[in-house]
Design a protein. Structure first.
Lengths: 328, 445
């Protein structure tokens, strides 16, 4: 009995970890076609903002967590405008370029780029990886220079749930609840709000969407901010239970990328199904054979999924649906 | 890639030469020629070590995964060098520190070790935090017969002609805390350790020591370094219900274990050779995460010896030089005293020639409490010439509910594995081997 409870708690723990690790990444990848290798560092921003809001500003923990998510969303917006879409630098260049070419001798002016400086990184997978990898390096080292090798940590709230010889941290159960609520919220946003409608239109065909009056640029910016905000929320929620140091984001990356690859194109359903599947596999193996084998089982599953379900779980579901439709 | 390392190197050069400059500024008063000038600290000048200066290479992590624990080592080396220079240098020669940031990257360590030996031609090298790093650069050290100090507490067993592994070994660290916990709490032990050579070998040592102290290891788990969720590990500890846990978890991700076990209400006593003394978890985490944890170590900032804690003592001097440093950790002290061991050996040998200096080191160097603050008043620590290891003064230090540190036991513990079990004598036979307990103890299999 007690061991079934252990298993159940471990499953909830893995499920919550995978959902929270992957949600922001899934949205940015699924909708914008941008692979954000700085995803872990967005989590870092959320975690540090939360911890500092408690330690330095004195906010209560829930308010600090909200602040962490909002700060990261804002940071994401800035990154989107400068690096991902290049709108900021391009705006500056548009104004600077005529003056520069007027001031410089003709030969020098001829080598100045005349169009926009930065082509947006939407749907340029490899390019977006290089750009965000660079961003991630800058952010890790930047955090180290500004805040040192670690910052003081906040304690985990809520105490424990005891059963028989065992106990479990109540906060980890709260995380599981939050992850389910988060999936519900994202589902609601993408199916019932105007923004969600526009975002899905942009995924399907951004040219047609633009022709029909959707401001695709604003949709992309909002989506990146939303994805960043979710990554920040993940950092905020895990701030009390992980070690506060500049490389903390890297421990989420394996789960995040595996979940997105296994889940496939659909953000909510893909993340939920892959988190449930991977969480079950990881918790059973780590419960029975230890943490090491839990990790091995997770990665083996990802390899098998890549081989046999190249479109992910939701890609497979889509294929089966299409076949049924054809047959009927 | 090359762009990136170029950039990092440049930014490091700025800080590196600033540090060197600061070190030199500290000793300019005594009218020495200043040793190396600050600029030289960063360029691959290729100058052979002249008769004027002693070139000491220091490769310790200032960024990457081990920066938290590696940076105090770097700082303590520079502190010792500054003090020695201010005091007239080694045999009248000023020390010129040559430092780089290996970024916790073993490949970078290999490149920089070659650079230190081939281009900088250092007289002696301090390098590396993890055992994996040491094993990555030891072949290069061996090929060049480079005098090398490895200063991290480690699993033990390295018997190598040019390597001086002067941190305490697992047998010394675990051998101080495990018998104490066996007496206090009972015979049943559960081991959790990091899943790489250090953790695996340390766990073997727990078995050997359990056997010697009439105790038993009832459970054992190895945790990958990337792991930061300990729910199932904590469940298994609760299921086994041991009298105490031995934890040899390593690195930033594993720190989460202590916070998670506290929030789960697991209050079993924990003995450790890795927590608190290196990464000062008792300062970084909110109490009571580290309550009831016992560290078996040669040094941490709170060690209550007079030479450590008094005004103008080791702790004072460190924080006077580095007011913003967060903590003075175990390995920092080892870097500090081993720099003085090197000084004594050079003065004894009367030359910088490495074979002669090694011979002088092998004659057995002993340091009192002023140079080795881990030793109480009137006691000494000794470099054992046969094994190139140090007979340390070991402390058992406990953190209470408020994370205050209290010394509950201390005694001198010699290196025993190489001396007694293996019979390594580098003065007789120039080996380059690492021995492991599995080859000598049945219970470690």
């Amino acid at each position: 009995m007690a061991n079934w409870l252990n298993l159940a708690f471990q499953f909830l723990d893995s499920f919550a970890f995978i959902v929270l690790a992957a949600a922001g990444l899934a949205i940015i990848f699924g909708i914008m076609g941008v692979i954000n290798l700085a995803h872990g560092e967005f989590i870092l921003v959320g975690a540090y903002a939360t911890t500092l809001a408690v330690k330095a500003v004195g906010l209560p923990l829930p308010a600090a967590m909200l602040a962490g998510a909002v700060v990261t969303a804002g940071f994401g917006l800035v990154v989107e405008r400068t690096i991902i879409s290049g709108a900021g630098p391009n705006w500056v260049w548009e104004r600077l370029e005529p003056r520069l070419s007027a001031a410089l001798p003709d030969q020098a002016a001829a080598v100045l780029p005349s169009g926009p400086l930065i082509e947006p990184l939407y749907d340029r997978l490899a390019d977006s990886m290089v750009a965000t990898f660079g961003l991630s390096l800058i952010m890790v080292q930047g955090a180290r220079i500004v805040f040192g090798n670690s910052i003081d940590q906040v304690a985990t709230p809520f105490g424990e749930v005891a059963y028989g010889a065992f106990s479990y941290s109540a906060y980890r159960l709260v995380l599981a609840g939050v992850s389910v609520a988060l999936l519900g919220l994202v589902y609601y946003v993408f199916t019932y709000t105007d923004y969600g409608m526009r975002a899905r239109a942009v995924i399907q065909d951004d040219r047609t969407a633009r022709a029909l009056g959707v401001n695709t640029e604003r949709t992309y910016a909002a989506t990146f901010a939303l994805g960043s905000g979710l990554a920040g929320l993940t950092g905020a929620l895990f701030a009390p239970v992980i070690s506060m140091q500049p490389t903390l984001g890297s421990q989420f990356l394996v789960e995040a990328f595996v979940a997105v690859v296994v889940g496939g194109a659909s953000v909510v359903l893909g993340t939920a199904l892959s988190a449930a599947g991977l969480g079950a596999i990881e918790s059973v193996f780590s419960n029975q054979y230890g943490t090491f084998f839990g990790r091995i089982a997770l990665l083996l599953t990802a390899i098998l999924a890549l081989r046999f379900l190249p479109g992910g779980i939701t890609g497979y579901i889509e294929r089966v649906r299409k076949r049924r439709r054809r047959e009927s | 890639m090359s762009d990136r390392s170029g950039l990092d190197r440049r930014s490091f050069l700025a800080t590196g030469s600033a540090l060197v400059g600061a070190a030199m500024a500290g000793c300019s008063g005594d009218g020495g020629d200043g040793g190396g000038n600050g600029d030289d600290g960063g360029t691959a000048g290729g100058t052979a070590s002249s008769d004027e200066t002693v070139k000491i290479g220091v490769l310790e992590d200032q960024s990457g995964n081990f920066a938290l624990v590696g940076d105090p080592k770097h700082k303590a080396s520079l502190l010792a060098i500054e003090e020695i220079n201010a005091d007239g240098g080694i045999d009248g020669k000023q020390i010129e520190p040559v430092t780089r940031d290996p970024q916790s990257d073993n490949q970078r360590y290999q490149e920089l070790t070659r650079e230190m030996i081939d281009d900088e031609e250092v007289d002696v090298l301090w390098a590396g935090y993890s055992s994996a790093t040491r094993e990555a650069i030891r072949p290069i050290i061996n090929r060049n017969e480079q005098l090398y100090f490895y200063t991290t507490q480690y699993e033990g067993g390295v018997c190598d002609k040019t390597t001086f592994a002067v941190g305490p070994t697992a047998r010394q660290q675990l051998g101080s805390v495990l018998p104490y916990l066996r007496e206090e709490f009972g015979p049943e032990i559960y081991t959790v350790a990091a899943d790489y050579n250090f953790g695996q070998l340390s766990a073997d040592w727990v078995k050997v020591l359990a056997n010697e102290n009439d105790a038993e290891v009832i459970g054992e788990e190895f945790v990958p370094l990337k792991e930061s969720s300990f729910g199932s590990t904590i469940n298994r500890i609760q299921e086994a219900d041991p009298d105490f846990v031995m934890s040899m978890l390593v690195g930033a991700n594993h720190t989460a274990f202590y916070e998670q076990k506290a929030s789960t209400g697991l209050d079993v006593p924990i003995g450790t050779s890795t927590a608190m003394a290196q990464g000062y978890e008792h300062r970084r985490l909110e109490p009571p995460a580290m309550a009831n944890i016992y560290a078996g170590v040669n040094y941490m900032e709170e060690v209550p010896t007079d030479s450590n804690t008094r005004d103008g003592g080791f702790v004072d001097r460190y924080f006077e030089k580095y007011p913003d440093a967060p903590y003075l950790n175990e390995e920092a002290e080892t870097n500090y005293f081993s720099t003085y061991m090197y000084k004594e050996a050079v003065e004894q040998a009367g030359t910088l020639e490495q074979p002669e200096v090694i011979e002088a080191l092998e004659s057995g160097i002993s340091l009192g409490t002023e140079r080795a603050p881990e030793a109480p008043e009137g006691e000494t620590i000794e470099l054992d010439g046969a094994t190139h290891h140090v007979d340390h003064h070991m402390w058992v230090l406990r953190a209470d509910e408020e994370h205050r540190i209290e010394a509950v036991e201390n005694r001198k513990i010699p290196e025993q594995f190489l001396t007694e079990t293996v019979g390594c004598d580098l003065r007789e036979e120039a080996e380059q081997t690492q021995y492991t307990p599995v080859d000598f103890f049945e219970e470690a299999e």
